[in-house]
Design a protein around this ligand. Structure first.
Ligand code: LLP
Length: 437
């Protein structure tokens, strides 16, 4: 169970039995805006960014934090981070387009896609976006695009797969011989040599080993391998790297018993060895980049959902809510734990064990298993924590359910930053052929 410190850390507090998030009464906003609803705190996003920036600055000032847009691509969130001085990491043309709409300049964006199409290359070359290539084979195609557009070659960077990955789930471990990402050590020299032969003169290098890493020591082996590959590249090809990108993956504590990632240890494991590498090998002063998504935004958001059905089938007690895996897929997709709390707490009620389930027609639609909560009744509201990363962006229209609204708490004021979808949105791109009209 959560204690006061945990609640405080998450920006939560019970006042007269009502749950407040970032000083806003969760029951009042649920009644006003409807549920399910994603409630985001601007203050928490800013605080997370500043905390991380401070830690990096304390060791190596020439650093860039690229927010991984895939975690949450709402334009308002991008704007918040842009005003903090963040840069951005995109994985698709759509994310880059969204960044542009948020007023972010191309030179602040890095494009780490995989399985790039020629169209992806054309889009990024036209828009002067730096690319982290994912395969040697892509180089030739990229060169053709440069030639076709008559553009001067920009910095080129490859994603290195250091073979030591980590992550909260096997789907999110993105390094290792068995995974599709990046190029392995034995191909790295060839990749950069080819790039030089093709006339590239400016270089960067990238890796990303996985997501949801709470134990900083899990970065250790990857860091050693990655830095040793960089050393070889620099010495054998005389490459001067303008940036060295360590990727994202910084985890957050989803469970009250979990400890937050220790950033001081992260600094020891990752940033200090980086500094040692550039000093010993005389690599100049490359920019040290990281690409966190989850760390910056996960804890900034709670998803509020309303209970519509309490069902005791004699074996299990179910609390049926209006959010399902169409709203938040992480529990179903990865077995992820998201802490769930009552928005109205009555201390006198006894504690019972509930399955918190959504309205989707699949038995896997479980948001929380065996959760101990004080007695729930139909009409109660529940807050599902830490839904700011990979929450809304992974939601869907499955079972023809419109996606939810998002609201932003900013200095005690509330702004709707996304309308809930309507039924017409479900039909928007459908075309009925004449013979069926
Ligand atoms: N950079 C690259 C190249 C990435 O592929 C990712 C995430 C990140 C940065 C940001 O990782 P983060 O700091 O957020 O861990 N849907 C999953 C997470 C997938 C992450 C994929 N790549 C989940 O809900 O846990």
């Amino acid at each position: 169970m959560e204690n006061i410190d945990w609640l405080n850390y998450k920006g939560l507090e019970y006042r007269d039995g009502n749950l407040f998030f970032n000083d806003v009464n969760t029951i009042e906003i649920s009644k006003k805006y409807g549920t399910p609803i994603f409630v985001i705190s601007e203050e928490i996003i800013r605080e997370k960014y500043r905390t991380l920036k401070k830690v990096l600055n304390s060791e190596y000032k020439k650093n860039h934090i690229h927010y991984a847009v895939k975690a949450n691509s709402n334009i308002s969130i991008l704007k918040i981070l842009n005003t903090e001085g963040a840069l951005f990491d995109c994985t698709s043309q759509g994310e880059i387009y969204t960044c542009f709409k948020a007023g972010i300049a191309p030179e602040r964006i890095i494009y780490t896609g995989n399985m790039f199409t020629d169209d992806d290359f054309e889009f990024s070359v036209k828009n002067d976006i730096i690319i982290n290539l994912d395969s040697i084979s892509q180089l030739k195609r990229l060169i053709k695009i440069y030639e076709k557009l008559g553009k001067e070659k920009k910095i080129i960077s490859f994603r290195i797969n250091p073979e030591f990955g980590a992550g909260h789930h096997v789907h999110d471990i993105t390094a290792g011989r068995e995974v599709k990402f990046g190029i392995l050590e034995h191909q790295a020299i060839e990749a950069y040599k080819k790039a030089k032969d093709f006339g590239f003169e400016r270089f960067g290098v990238h890796q990303h080993i996985g997501s949801g890493i709470n134990n900083p020591y899990n970065f250790e082996k990857a860091a050693e391998k990655y830095f040793s590959i960089i050393k070889k590249l620099a010495s054998s090809l005389k490459i001067h790297f303008e940036f060295i990108d360590f990727g994202g993956g910084l985890g957050i504590p989803y469970h009250p018993n979990e400890e937050p990632l220790d950033l001081e240890i992260y600094k020891e494991i990752v940033v200090k060895p980086f500094k040692k590498l550039i000093n010993i090998e005389n690599l100049g002063e490359p920019v040290f980049k990281i690409e966190p998504g989850r760390f910056l935004v996960a804890e900034s958001c709670i998803l509020i959902t309303q209970i519509n059905t309490i069902k005791d089938n004699g074996y299990k007690l179910f609390a049926g809510v209006d959010a399902g895996f169409n709203t938040l897929i992480r529990p179903t997709m990865y077995g992820s734990y998201h802490h769930i709390m009552k928005c109205n707490k009555n201390k006198k009620d006894k504690i019972l064990k509930y399955e918190i389930v959504g309205p989707i027609c699949e038995s896997g639609d479980i948001l929380g298993k065996e959760r101990e909560l004080t007695k729930l009744i139909e009409g109660d509201y529940l807050a599902i924590l830490d839904t700011g990363a990979y929450g809304y962006v992974m939601s869907s229209n499955y079972n023809s359910r419109p996606r939810s609204a998002e609201i932003l708490i900013s200095d005690g004021h509330i702004f709707k930053i996304r309308e809930a979808e309507a039924f017409d949105d479900l039909l928007r791109n459908q075309i009925v052929p004449d013979h069926l009209k």
